[in-house]
Ligand binder design. Structure first.
Ligand code: HEM
Length: 350
């Protein structure tokens, strides 16, 4: 059996060597600054031991690793000092300490793994390389209302930041002594609907068709109980005698000589002619929205033209139906009688 075992060993060859477990090379030389046992050093020590005692691939590999770690340590410059963890005290935290309750902002810290954030609204933020170079002035943009530190000269090896873009609009240009913040002088587009425009595409009417400025109203404040509604109630009352004539007096013919005496003065009623008919305006005087003096302008004469010039829309026939005296007739017809007959269309009015 010993013989057979030797034969098998000679056929199979030497037993396989255990695989060399190589520890990963240190990628971050920062750890050499810490108290942790440097892996590169332990590898180098093991390589030295292997080089002294053993031969073969293991020893060669260990020697190669030892040389590489040694060379790396000599060639690589020392890493930058690790910046301390910065806790930027925000304004909110200050207020919170004072007892004020305000919405809490998240605590922002800077450590090795955090990437400094830059916003376009903070053009004064230091470039990326300056965050770790000046740890005392490093702040997270937006954490404090204090202005960011003055931008120092970039350290050697860092490119200077690009110049700030100059706004193209003159409105955004910062104020300079001697310059005006007003828009640049020049023709300003006039958007008035009445502005003269060379184009005919405007939807506004031409100035000639635009509404004219209205005259100031001459309406007066009517006395209590003399509103238009009060007049409508009074004029519709059949018991009220608004004609100023004896009751049951028929419609009469009124000549110009008769009319001119009825001016509303000297104890006389105010008669007027509107559309060929004679009305007694006396009971309507305190109800006239334009005032008594205006109404009296038409008394004792034909007020048709004057009435139409002021308010042609007013329906005088309905409003003064209870104040109708008769019809307006020329002087020569007066002798035929004061009572107006059917030939004067007074019957139709009834
Ligand atoms: C003939 C002589 C008259 C003259 C001079 C006259 C004058 C005036 C004036 C100046 C106004 C004010 C208009 C304004 O500025 O808004 C007015 C309003 C008025 N007048 Fe006369 N008026 C006369 C006869 C009458 C008569 C006979 C009646 C009734 C039938 C009448 C009924 C009215 C009414 C209802 C208003 C208000 C019109 C409105 O608010 O739209 N007026 N009048």
């Amino acid at each position: 059996s010993v013989f057979l075992r030797n034969i098998q060993q000679s056929r199979l060859g030497p037993p396989p060597q255990p695989p060399l477990i190589r520890e990963p090379e240190p990628e971050n030389d920062d750890e050499t600054e810490l108290d942790l046992p440097p892996r590169g050093e332990s590898t180098a020590l093991r390589a030295v031991a292997a080089a002294k005692t053993g031969t073969g691939d293991d020893a060669v590999t260990s020697r190669r690793q030892f040389n590489k770690a040694d060379v790396d340590q000599q060639l690589m410059p020392p890493p930058p000092a690790r910046p301390p963890v910065i806790h930027a005290v925000t304004e909110e935290e200050k207020k919170e300490e004072d007892g004020q309750i305000t919405p809490k902002a998240p605590v922002l810290t800077l450590d090795d793994n955090s990437v400094p954030q830059f916003a376009l609204s903070e053009p004064e933020s230091p470039p990326m390389g300056q965050v770790s170079s000046s740890s005392s002035s490093a702040r997270q943009p937006g954490c404090s209302t204090q202005p960011p530190p003055r931008k120092p000269n970039p350290p050697p090896g860092l490119m200077a930041p690009p110049p700030r873009p100059v706004p193209s609009s003159s409105f955004l240009r910062p104020h300079q002594p001697g310059s005006s913040t007003l828009p640049p002088s020049g023709p300003v587009p006039n958007r008035s609907p009445f502005a003269p425009s060379s184009s005919s595409s405007s939807l506004f009417p031409p100035p000639t068709l635009a509404a004219k400025p209205k005259k100031p109203s001459k309406e007066i404040a009517l006395a209590p109980g003399h509103s238009p509604l009060d007049w409508a109630r009074l004029s519709s009352d059949p018991t009220a005698n608004l004609r100023g004539l004896p009751p049951q007096t028929p419609y009469i013919k009124v000549t110009p000589s008769m009319l001119k005496k009825m001016t509303g003065r000297k104890g006389k009623d105010a008669w007027t002619v509107l559309g060929g008919r004679v009305y007694n305006m006396t009971p309507y005087l305190p109800f006239h929205p334009g005032g008594e003096p205006e109404l009296l302008r038409g008394a004792g004469r034909d007020g048709t033209k004057l009435f139409g010039e002021i308010h042609p829309w007013v329906n005088y026939e309905n409003m003064l139906s209870a104040c109708l005296i008769g019809i307006y007739v020329p002087e020569e017809e007066e002798g035929s009688g004061s009572r107006a007959g059917p030939e004067h269309d007074m019957e139709a009015m009834d």
